[in-house]
Design a protein around this ligand. Structure first.
Ligand SMILES: C[S@@+](CC[C@H](N)C(=O)[O-])C[C@H]1O[C@@H](n2cnc3c(N)ncnc32)[C@H](O)[C@@H]1O
Length: 254
């Protein structure tokens, strides 16, 4: 696949040394390893091995969704981590053609993951009260060409959800229990509610409210991710890990 104007490229210099750049004609990119010019890359294919102006070798790769969302997006809020985003997407059944309501948008990290999955004919309706975050998320989504799958709504989701018969409602905000009644009205039968909650007292309140409203198949869980240092005879967990992100609550409208 050929690199064209406006594309993103991952320049790999070695383990722990890679950079994601947007290729725009006339641009130069400076690293410890030397300077790369956009013209060195334009018209070349991903996978090529090239050299900086001081002769340091690098490999050009096409970045993945994960590389861009978690390596290149501007972050102005707490964001959903990949381990949680992955389970939310799977358990909420998000796929091509899905219609999903999300709140709040924040920096748009989860919005991007969901938008990527609903292509080519699904839509994410994302509610956010703060206009400045909508602009951040919009810029972030544009970076991946995903903006067209997202309807940004500057609104307080506690005041109501306009969409009906949606496949999933995904909530990442402080008081999800105040939105569950609207989520229930918005979901189709069999549609999934997914909530991300940083503290355990939020889990109790959310689950109690979900039960009261009539949601079924309610589950509360947490995803723990541990990375490993792999060397023959010495393989062991990494010394550091992300201790806590949040809890997840899933439920279904019967
Ligand atoms: C933790 S951030 C969401 C981060 C997002 N999931 C991401 O991955 O980038 C929570 C967002 O919810 C927004 N928010 C809080 N209450 C809201 C409400 N009632 N309606 C809409 N948005 C709300 C906040 O302004 C904030 O941007």
């Amino acid at each position: 696949m050929m690199i064209r104007e406006g594309d993103l490229a991952l320049l790999y210099f070695g383990e722990g040394r890679h950079y994601i750049v947007r290729i725009t004609r006339g641009s130069t990119y400076s690293f410890n390893e030397g300077i790369v010019r956009a013209e060195d890359l334009l018209g070349r294919c991903y996978g090529r091995t090239l050299r900086t102006h001081i002769g340091v070798e690098y490999k050009v790769m096409k970045p993945s969704l994960l590389d861009v969302v978690y390596g290149k997006f501007e972050r102005r809020t707490q964001v959903i981590y990949p381990k949680d985003a992955a389970l939310i997407a799977l358990k909420a059944g998000v796929g091509p053609g899905s219609r999903v309501v999300e709140a709040g948008t924040g920096s748009g990290c989860l919005t991007a993951v969901l938008a990527y999955l609903v292509r080519p004919d699904g839509t994410i309706y994302t509610y956010e009260v703060r206009r400045e975050f909508i602009e951040v998320a919009r810029r972030n989504l544009r970076m991946l060409g995903l903006e067209e799958y997202v309807v940004f709504k500057e609104a307080d989701v506690k005041s109501g959800i306009e969409e009906r018969d949606v496949d999933a409602v995904v909530l990442d905000l402080a008081e999800p229990w105040a939105v569950l009644r609207h989520a229930y009205s918005s979901l189709r039968s069999g549609g999934v509610l997914a909530c991300f909650l940083p503290t355990i007292n939020q889990v109790e309140r959310t689950v109690e409210e979900a039960r009261r409203i009539g949601f079924v198949m309610i589950e509360a869980e947490e995803v723990l991710e541990r990375k490993y240092k792999v060397r023959r005879g010495e393989t062991r967990p990494e010394l550091r890990m992300v201790g806590h992100t949040g809890y997840l609550v899933f439920a279904r409208k019967p």
